[in-house]
Write a protein that binds this ligand. Structure first.
Ligand code: NAD
Length: 481
């Protein structure tokens, strides 16, 4: 007999306890040997003054079992509470958010009968690093961080997922026609990693037209991999158009720990009525069973669930006259799935989860060498005016340090000096690019000296960004206009 697998379970808030009880009953009846540790998360914990919504001993359980099945929680309104999901993702390095969006036509109403898309969203980086600043009276900034290891991890995961699940294609969605360095890196890494999976088709779309295409023709997609913000938007679009927000589960995967949950919230108005659909959490539990190597049990539960849906045994949220046969509550739906354990769907495609070797996930490449960096100049950002850009250019031309000379000034990325257009709207936030003359040796100390000289001349620098060549390739965007 297999030793029980330790997992951490949280019953959550609202409909959480009902759908968690239903889910655990099904997977236990299917024979999953689990050793469950129960923790409390969510509303009551927040209200006890724990701003993350989770206490120390609960974190200890997660770090011990490394597998978390979580029911939805209610985040109290107002009052500085931190999102538990964001905290868990960041603290435990859950870099991949995986959300299968599948239509169950003709048993669940949908505009897209043949949709079967898995969104693999990067979960830790991009604009979600939470590094924001107000820099001037008028201007606020949010830093978008895309890293090579972060991109390699998520893209490798997407291809490994595709290989394991016999998927034919991986699509990358980025906006690298505009963000050439950050999204450009994601695209480049995608092409590099795709080369190692010749049996899987790969393609890249610009995210705006790609999202429009997904909403219109989802059958053109299979696995999608994308940075955090696009993935956040896209995974909701995909879940909504498939017609079954209450039916989708998701996984948050890290190198050590993984978390599984339904994509919906705690639906407080439905709580305590035995009316919620437990399917989203149950399908998340199926992903969990596959993750812990209980592939036979995962397939038994998933196929019994498909058969239940086919038999028209539906909770009120998906019940439809003419399609459904029996309207049931949360507990009775779980009973119906348990009755069908061992049965296969007859119309929908049966699932199988072959036992496989662990995925070949990302490891640092010991061969990789650091690029040679050459400092060429600095972008100094000033809080100034707003007055005429030519006045700023004239005054700032007098500010120098070593070989650094003012070359160009932009406002919101548009060149305004020299030779700007009077029509260009300017704010009080100026990017002033200083470069060393060709052949002149620029030292980091010159940047510090430039800041001091700017201060002495009465300017207020709010930040600087060094301009480097990396192995001879510019590591900064060019100024156009
Ligand atoms: P929600 O997903 O809870 O509800 C949206 C709609 O879908 C409601 O009409 C609800 O009745 C219905 N619904 C949701 N799940 C259902 C199910 N399983 N069966 C039948 N119908 C279902 O979204 P919301 O109302 O915006 O949020 C409620 C609370 O949930 C908020 O406090 C929010 O912060 C929290 N939330 C938590 C998570 C999470 O824990 N991962 C995710 C989203 C929202």
């Amino acid at each position: 007999m297999t030793a029980p697998i330790p997992i951490t379970v949280a019953y959550g808030d609202g409909i959480g306890p009902e759908i968690m009880k239903a889910t655990l009953r099904v997977i236990e009846a299917a024979g999953a040997p689990l050793a469950i540790e129960t923790i409390e998360v969510g509303e009551q914990v927040y209200k006890r003054g724990v701003e993350t919504g989770m206490e120390h001993h609960a974190w200890d359980s997660l770090r011990r079992t490394k597998v978390f099945l979580k029911a939805p929680i209610t985040t109290p309104q107002g009052g500085g509470y931190k999102s538990l999901n964001v905290t868990i993702r960041k603290a435990l390095g859950l870099y991949a958010n995986v959300r299968p969006c599948i239509s169950y036509y003709p048993f669940v109403d949908t505009k897209h009968p043949v949709m079967d898309v898995v969104i693999v969203r990067e979960n830790e980086e991009d604009l979600y690093a939470g590094i924001e600043h107000r820099q001037t009276d008028q201007v606020y900034q949010c830093l978008k961080l895309i890293t090579r290891p972060g991109s390699e991890k998520i893209i490798r995961y997407a291809f490994e997922y595709a290989r394991r699940h016999h998927r034919r294609k991986v699509t990358c969605l980025v906006k690298d026609n505009i963000m050439k360095l950050t999204d450009g890196l994601f695209h480049k890494v995608f092409d590099e990693i795709a080369a190692g999976y010749p049996e899987i088709e790969h393609e890249t779309w610009i995210v705006d037209i790609g999202t429009a295409k997904l909403a219109d023709t989802p059958e053109a997609f299979d696995v999608i991999v994308t940075p955090n913000l696009y993935g956040d938007v896209l995974s909701d679009v995909a879940a909504q158009i498939v017609g079954s927000v209450g039916l989708a589960g998701s996984a948050n995967i890290g190198d050590q720990v993984a978390m599984f949950e339904a994509i919906h919230g705690s639906a407080p108005r439905l709580a305590g009525q035995n009316a919620a659909n437990p399917s989203g959490l149950l399908l998340a539990a199926v992903m969990m069973l596959e993750h812990v190597g209980q592939t036979d049990v995962a397939a038994r539960v998933h196929n019994a669930w498909l058969r239940t849906m086919e038999d028209g045994v539906h909770t009120p949220d998906v019940f439809k006259d003419g399609i459904s046969r029996e309207k049931v509550g949360t507990a009775e739906f779980a009973d119906a799935v348990i009755e069908r354990l061992g049965q296969m769907p007859r119309v929908l495609k049966p699932v199988s989860y072959p036992a496989m070797e662990p995925m070949a996930l990302w490891r640092p490449n010991p061969e990789s060498k650091k690029a040679v960096k050459d400092l060429l100049g600095v972008d100094m950002f000033l809080d100034w005016g707003p007055e005429a850009p030519d006045d700023l250019g004239d005054a700032l031309r007098q500010v120098t340090a070593g070989p650094l000379r003012l070359r160009v000034i932009t406002n919101r990325g548009v060149k305004v000096w020299p030779d700007g257009l009077p029509e260009t709207f300017c704010t009080d936030h100026w990017r002033c690019r200083f470069m060393a003359d060709e052949g002149q040796d620029l030292k980091p100390g010159h940047v510090a000296e430039l800041l001091q000289n700017a201060l002495a001349a009465g300017f207020e620098p709010i930040k600087t960004e060094n301009l480097y060549l990396f192995d001879g390739v510019p590591g900064f965007s060019a100024v156009h206009g």
